[in-house]
Write a protein that binds this ligand. Structure first.
Ligand code: FES
Length: 191
């Protein structure tokens, strides 16, 4: 049986909202159920910290978030259009080949993923640790924007492979955590 992840069909940045709520209210009763949901389950601990995720309900273009080792892990199902657009922004990126970025060896490729359509990232900005916002709409940040992530704290931008743009504070691409597929629709994060 798999963990039930939060599916971010409305493309909200739920951790940013939670941070705001906790900052404004302190650790109030309203935050406790949320915090509880981020604690590892007994099964997760028994698995040595890996998290099993069923991605069968993740639509093309959608993003879902699960917790792994206290971090938000994003899983995105990219469309074929989004995959082909990755090439178009390479000249705008700081480290398009991910030479200086953190990812498993099997994700050091043009997609930064095991499968071209499924992207798995640690959803934490590599500048000072804010949680970027999912911005998949083409042209939403600037005319050549092909979709990606925007960090509201200091304006860092990442493409739909988590690669950081030039001229922003973030020094490196978003981290790709270790993961594997044990079934076409079952991902294990941390494996
Ligand atoms: S923390 Fe993301 S740009 Fe500073």
């Amino acid at each position: 049986m798999c963990d039930e992840p939060h599916v971010d069909l409305e493309r909200r940045n739920f951790l940013a909202k939670a941070t705001t709520a906790l900052g404004g209210l302190g650790i109030a009763a309203i935050g406790l159920p949320f915090l509880k949901s981020w604690l590892p389950s007994a099964r997760t601990i028994a698995q040595g910290g890996s998290v099993e995720v069923n991605i069968s309900q993740l639509p093309v273009g959608g993003l879902m978030t699960v917790a792994w080792r206290g971090q938000p892990i994003w899983i995105i199902r990219r469309s074929s259009q989004e995959i082909s657009a990755l090439k178009q922004v390479e000249s705008l990126l700081r480290d398009p080949q991910s030479h200086e970025s953190e990812q498993p060896a099997y994700a050091k490729n043009e997609y930064r993923s095991l499968k071209p359509d499924i992207l798995v990232l640690v959803g934490i900005c590599t500048h000072l640790g804010c949680v970027p916002t999912f911005k998949p709409e083409m042209g939403s940040l600037f005319p050549d924007w092909q979709g990606g992530f925007y960090c509201p704290c200091h304006g860092s931008k990442y493409d739909l492979a988590g690669r950081v743009f030039k001229g922003v504070p973030a020094p490196s691409n978003l981290v790709v955590p270790p993961y594997q597929f044990i079934d076409p629709n079952i991902l294990v994060i941390g494996a």
